[in-house]
Design a protein around this ligand. Structure first.
Ligand SMILES: [Zn+2]
Length: 204
């Protein structure tokens, strides 16, 4: 038994990815979703991150949100803590309700957007906090994912086939069935394939 060559493994993996991408592509029109995961917050707050994944209308998008907190003074910290107790941070992936979310689109459904903002939070005790936010969004159309994985599968498969032909040619075997042709001239006695002009068989 010969081991599976890595190129065959790559071809199968790419074909599988391509099929999965087609399923996601079709599904994205029926069930658009925006998922997000928050980093564990620190106490006192310093940096807070959120990573999000959007899949809808034939596209997937990734967004990264980062909030930088200023150093809090005592009343600010008190306000922040009480609010934090009241609304504990969600953990794990969660579905975000963001109606009408539009991922960036610059060219053929590909898009990149970077936004830096200052968010002003007002707390019930009158404290005012300025948080710096930075948001990066990257969107890719799913047809491109299907195309890329499909092309990769095709390339790997063709390469594997060509290598197989080259090996058979070198070993003096039939290109079609692999029968040892070193003692034969003309057509293959096993499968009847006529040797083409390229198959120069090595002399015995
Ligand atoms: Zn043959």
């Amino acid at each position: 038994m010969r081991r599976t060559p890595p190129i065959v493994f790559l071809a199968s993996l790419s074909a599988l990815a391509s099929a999965a991408a087609v399923a996601v592509w079709v599904g994205s029109y029926f069930a658009p979703a925006l998922l997000a995961r928050d980093s564990a917050g620190t106490d006192p707050p310093t940096v807070w991150r959120e990573v999000g994944l959007y899949c809808g209308r034939g596209r997937i998008a990734l967004f990264l949100l980062r909030l930088d907190y200023p150093k809090l003074n005592a009343p600010e910290y008190e306000a922040w803590s009480s609010l934090n107790r009241q609304y504990p941070q969600p953990t794990g992936w969660r579905r975000v309700r963001q109606k009408g979310y539009q991922p960036p689109s610059d060219f053929l459904g590909f898009g990149f957007r970077r936004a830096k903002e200052r968010i002003v939070s007002r707390y019930p005790n009158g404290s005012r906090l300025v948080i710096r936010s930075s948001r990066n969004e990257l969107a890719v159309p799913l047809w491109a994912v299907v195309l890329a994985s499909g092309a990769s599968a095709l390339w790997a498969w063709r390469r594997h086939r060509r290598h197989g032909r080259e090996r058979r040619l070198k070993e003096g075997r039939c290109l079609q069935c692999g029968y040892d042709l070193r003692a034969t001239r003309g057509r293959c006695p096993e499968c009847g394939l006529e040797p083409g002009p390229v198959s120069k068989l090595p002399e015995l």
